[in-house]
Design a protein. Structure first.
Ligand SMILES: N[C@@H](CCC(=O)N[C@@H](CS)C(=O)NCC(=O)O)C(=O)O
Length: 196
């Protein structure tokens, strides 16, 4: 299998999520770093590939795809040895999709609202309202995890790899809400899974 190219920046949760999905599914990846701190995503060469200038971006034989969730779905559909990571059963798949959209439209948005001003705008404090907003969303996540072992059922799927909500961010989130015991348990499960 020839490798796919992933434009990646390790500080980015979505980008790490796409890379984890590729590794879990077993797709060889050529990683090309796009350094957001140096604004490399705004170079003409990258804008030609992705005018929306975001990472992760996947390139495979001239086919270009961005958004970590879309990338994970594509890789799982195309390269998954079975349907464990992205179930074919309609209801199971719908639940995975719902969790992916939750990650994209809610979790990522709340985390970005906190991280972006600190990383790029010189902010040094986290506003209480932003913490409260994130805690509300984390509460939904706790509810999902109290009903099932993994984010979308009783076995791991690409919904567990979403860059905004996995073990990767647990230690940062812990500083915001220490009593997230379910998140802690989940982060251990994810770290112990052989795919990582
Ligand atoms: N929903 C997208 C978010 C992608 C995104 O916003 N990436 C950020 C880094 S976390 C980025 O590339 N920012 C640089 C820019 O937009 O110029 C995904 O899941 O891939």
């Amino acid at each position: 299998m020839s490798p796919v190219k992933l434009y990646h920046f390790p500080f980015s949760g979505p980008s790490r999520g796409a890379l984890m999905a590729a590794r879990a599914i077993g797709v060889p990846v050529d990683v090309e770093i796009v350094d957001l701190f140096k604004k490399e995503q705004m170079k003409d060469s990258f804008l030609k590939i992705n005018p929306q200038h975001c990472i992760p971006t996947l390139e495979e034989d001239g086919f270009v795809l961005w958004d970590s969730h879309a990338i994970a779905c594509y890789l799982a559909d195309k390269y998954g040895k079975d349907d464990q990571w992205y179930p074919k059963d309609l209801k199971q798949r719908a639940l995975v999709n719902q969790r992916l959209y939750f990650d994209s439209s809610s979790m990522y948005v709340k985390i970005r609202a906190i991280c972006y001003p600190i990383l790029f705008l010189g902010e040094t404090q986290i506003k209480e309202a932003l913490k409260d907003d994130l805690n509300t969303t984390l509460g939904f996540m706790e509810q999902f995890l109290s009903d099932s072992k993994w984010v979308a059922g009783n076995s791991p799927t690409i919904a567990d790899l979403g860059g905004s909500k996995t073990a990767q961010n647990y230690h940062a989130l812990q500083k915001i809400k220490r009593e997230l015991l379910l998140m802690e348990k989940q982060s251990k499960k994810i770290s112990n899974n052989k795919a990582y």
